[in-house]
Design a protein around this ligand. Structure first.
Ligand SMILES: *Cc1c(COP(=O)(O)O)cnc(C)c1O
Length: 340
């Protein structure tokens, strides 16, 4: 264990670790896994990732459990989603087995950075794939680099698991209809920075985007999916322009396990008047409860949390998912890969 790190006070930033792992796709095949101690990447000046945004990524976490073992949450799902993102922007899909091997290796090599059980912190795993061949014409690259860096991150909620406010701003879209919204493409994040900063300046934690075509239905909440509880039912938007969140998928399964009905469907803005709980869901926070949703175009304010506390169903789902990741309760669905 690294004595110098203050596990309870880590931010969601970047702390150097000992190693990263890399693999190149060249001459039509993926090569051997390479272990690197360098924090830098050597790229050709004309690499497609630099000019035309051929870049995709993933995000997952490893935890030290109650039993001292390290658990990586749902890595197969991340492997598949990376393949979908790759196909989406004509990059080379990485075989699932290679992904697994590299994630496990990156965690094992940096084992001393996996925060202790009870600290609330975890080891964030960031896989990334880049188009690296030199090409000035607009075409997909022939060569790719896939790599994984890991870095310890603090508990998402410094001030505790408390609701924050979000807003609707119709002047911004994160993605286009029939665009790249369903893939984890770096460019989607670039496209969301202006809106995100604007929302932060106004005191909101995130933008709740509407569907980019009709601006009628809820889409997602910045870099997280949106879910709500309405009359005891778990509702979450069905949309082709949102990223299929693995956290959302897991929470839907847990809700069903608890006998809560789940509906993936269109949700109109007006429906926000009738919801009892809401949260932004994703790997970073699992569920970030929503206090109020302000529609800045119509001036309507939808107060979701009347007492300033997260709703009971959101809380139960959040605690259950956390308990699985920490090995506190049985992993009935086989979601965790145990490293040691
Ligand atoms: C990564 C991401 C999410 C959350 O997905 P998880 O698999 O739950 O971490 C949601 N929306 C967007 C746009 C994302 O990029």
């Amino acid at each position: 264990m690294d004595k110098e790190l203050d596990w309870g006070n880590l931010s969601f930033g970047y702390i150097p670790t000992d190693y990263n792992v890399r693999c190149y796709f060249r001459d039509g095949k993926w090569g051997e896994i390479e272990v690197s101690q360098s924090e830098e990447v050597n790229l050709h000046i004309a690499a497609t990732c630099l000019h035309y945004g051929q870049e995709i990524f993933e995000g997952l976490k490893a935890f030290r459990g109650k039993d001292g073992k390290i658990r990586i949450f749902r890595l197969e799902e991340n492997a598949r989603r990376l393949q979908e993102s790759a196909k989406g922007i004509l990059m080379e899909p990485l075989p699932e087995e290679k992904f697994r091997e590299m994630v496990v290796k990156a965690v094992e090599l940096n084992e001393r950075f996996v925060p202790p059980y009870g600290s609330g912190a975890s080891l964030y795993i960031r896989p990334i794939e880049l188009g690296i061949s030199a090409q000035v014409g607009v075409k997909p690259a022939k060569e790719y680099l896939f790599m994984i860096l890991v870095t310890p991150v603090g508990p998402y909620f410094k001030t505790g698991f408390k609701p924050t406010n979000i807003c609707i701003m119709r002047q911004y879209d994160r993605v286009a209809p029939n665009g790249t919204g369903m893939w984890k493409v770096g460019g989607n994040y670039a496209a969301s920075l202006t809106a995100g900063e604007h929302a932060h300046e106004l005191g909101y934690s995130a933008v709740l985007y509407l569907d980019p075509k009709e601006k009628k239905y809820l889409d997602e909440c910045g870099p997280a999916n949106f879910m709500a509880i309405k009359n005891g039912v778990y509702i979450t938007p069905a949309s082709d322009s949102i990223l299929p969140s693995i956290t959302n998928k897991s929470l839907m399964q847990l809700a069903e396990d608890m006998g809560i009905k789940v509906e993936r469907r269109h949700i109109t803005v007006d429906e926000l008047a009738d919801i009892d709980e809401a949260a932004a869901v994703g790997t970073a926070a699992v569920a970030s409860p929503v206090g109020e949703i302000d529609d800045l175009d119509t001036g309507k304010k939808y107060v979701v949390s009347k007492n300033g506390e997260p709703g009971p169903i959101t809380t139960r789902l959040y605690e259950t998912l956390n308990a699985i990741r920490l090995g506190e309760i049985e992993d009935r669905h086989g979601w965790c890969t145990i490293v040691e």
